[in-house]
Design a protein around this ligand. Structure first.
Ligand SMILES: NC(=O)c1ccc[n+]([C@@H]2O[C@H](COP(=O)([O-])OP(=O)(O)OC[C@H]3O[C@@H](n4cnc5c(N)ncnc54)[C@H](O)[C@@H]3O)[C@@H](O)[C@H]2O)c1
Length: 412
């Protein structure tokens, strides 16, 4: 694939040239579950011919039906014309064969999160598809190079990490492995923009941007409650009302599922050789062992009534007022922000993503009111460095390790 760099050395904006149309005209999405069906809808809506393939009989056809209903709902709300809805559906074909796909410009895989399945699938795709077909994975946590290990021409393998639900969520993390060619990253980044998405780029690092940087949002809150500093409702209140986060960490993990959140955290911890910074808490392990997984089981951190309201969890506002602005070790907001900033600047420091992309990813992927780098600038990186040092003194062991970028002036 040609690079997009012009003779003058400038980086032009992506042109949907005839050649690009040819290359990307047909898109295959493999795996027609929650993510695959949403991605197929987005791709067909952007004008591609789309094959949505799933080996389990009836699954792809059912997914196409669900997409049809979702398009009908958009027409009903006046957000899509009948003609566009019909044209989108008309471009989308369901298939039960993942081995007999047409030649595609792009294949996006959304099969279960299992390295063995993904690796076999990519090896097979690389033999059947043309050498310049981009092979993308929607993995949330698996290393891109591990998935590409048996692929012919592995420079065309990359991650396209969509967020759930793909038709609604604007963010896509475009993830490159060691072997991924920058030219493919460029092209796919431009393609995501053409699909109406906001792409951010990052290296294939554990958790990519969002799932890595967000870890302390959950972990610090759990540690505060474990230590008896405050109850969950009070911590949630502080993060929501004083921090401007749309949900507090406990209500959010109850919503996501404590098991799902623990699995993501554990995966990042394992992939970083059990770095203390990502160590899961006993607090969350106990919830999962007890089967109290959150809203889906009727109780998690909180207990839910049949109508979904939280039962008997009032924040202690007097306690909240005492904690906020006090020592960082017991201030839920300052402690969480310091660790979010530290994590974000460290990712940038390691060269895994740009500061701008980290901020965009956290605002769009988990709806933080501000990007953590921007927040760090506002608080002052020197202040954050002092807070992390204070936490390190209070809780030695490596979890509260300041990033060199807090004090080297590179992000000021
Ligand atoms: N659910 C999320 O919120 C979310 C968000 C971002 C990324 N992801 C990632 O997207 C991928 C898919 O997740 P999902 O939630 O859509 O899963 P899902 O279980 O809803 O769908 C997976 C689909 O893959 C099919 N499948 C099973 N084995 C297969 C095989 N060998 N080959 C091809 N297809 C096979 C299944 O029939 C199923 O329809 C995973 O890698 C996951 O980590 C999920």
């Amino acid at each position: 694939m040609d690079s997009d760099v012009t003779e003058a050395g400038q980086q032009p904006t992506h042109r949907r040239s005839e050649d690009d149309e040819g290359i990307f005209a047909t898109v295959a999405v493999i795996g027609a579950g929650a993510m695959g069906s949403g991605i197929a809808q987005v791709a067909a809506g952007a004008g591609h011919r789309v094959v949505l393939a799933d080996p389990v009989i009836g699954v792809a056809a059912d997914a196409r039906e669900r997409i049809s209903s979702s398009l009908d709902r958009l027409v009903g709300k006046g957000r899509l014309s009948r003609a566009d809805a019909d044209a989108t559906l008309g471009r989308l074909v369901a298939s039960e064969s993942i081995h007999t796909l047409p030649e595609c410009g792009l294949v996006i895989e959304a099969v279960p999160e299992d390295l063995r399945i993904k690796r076999l699938l990519f090896a097979d795709l690389s033999e059947r598809q043309p050498a310049n077909t981009v092979l993308a994975t929607n993995t949330s946590s698996i290393d891109i190079d591990a998935i590409a290990r048996d692929v012919i021409d592995p420079e065309r393998v990359l991650g396209l990490h969509f967020f759930n639900p793909p038709p609604v969520m604007e963010l896509v993390e475009v993830v490159h492995g060691e072997l991924t060619s920058p030219a493919y990253v460029e092209h796919v980044t431009a393609l995501m923009r053409a699909w109406g998405k906001t792409p951010v780029r990052c290296a294939s690092t554990p958790g990519f941007i969002v799932n890595r940087v967000a870890r302390p949002f959950y972990g610090e809150a759990q540690r505060l409650v474990e230590a008896g500093v405050a109850d969950p409702a009070t911590v949630d209140w502080v993060l929501r009302e004083r921090g401007g986060f749309p949900m507090g960490p406990f209500e959010l993990t109850d919503f996501i599922g404590q098991d799902v959140n623990l699995a993501v955290g554990t995966s990042v911890w394992e992939q970083t050789d059990r770095d203390e910074r990502y160590a899961p808490t006993d607090f969350q392990r106990r919830l999962v062992e007890a089967g109290t997984l959150g809203r889906k089981t009727g109780s998690g951190v909180y207990t839910y009534a049949a109508d979904g309201t939280v039962e008997g969890a009032e924040p202690d506002l007097a306690l909240a007022e005492r904690l906020v602005g006090g020592p960082v070790a017991t201030d839920p907001l300052a402690r969480t922000l310091a660790m979010l900033v530290n994590e974000a600047v460290d990712l940038v420091h390691r060269g895994e993503a740009s500061a701008e992309d980290v901020d965009i990813a956290m605002r769009l992927g988990v709806r933080y009111p501000r990007g953590p780098i921007e927040w760090g600038r506002e608080i002052g990186f020197d202040v954050v460095a002092a807070q992390i040092a204070e936490l390190d003194a209070a809780f030695p062991g490596g979890r509260y390790r300041p990033s060199p970028a807090l004090s080297d002036g590179s992000l000021a």
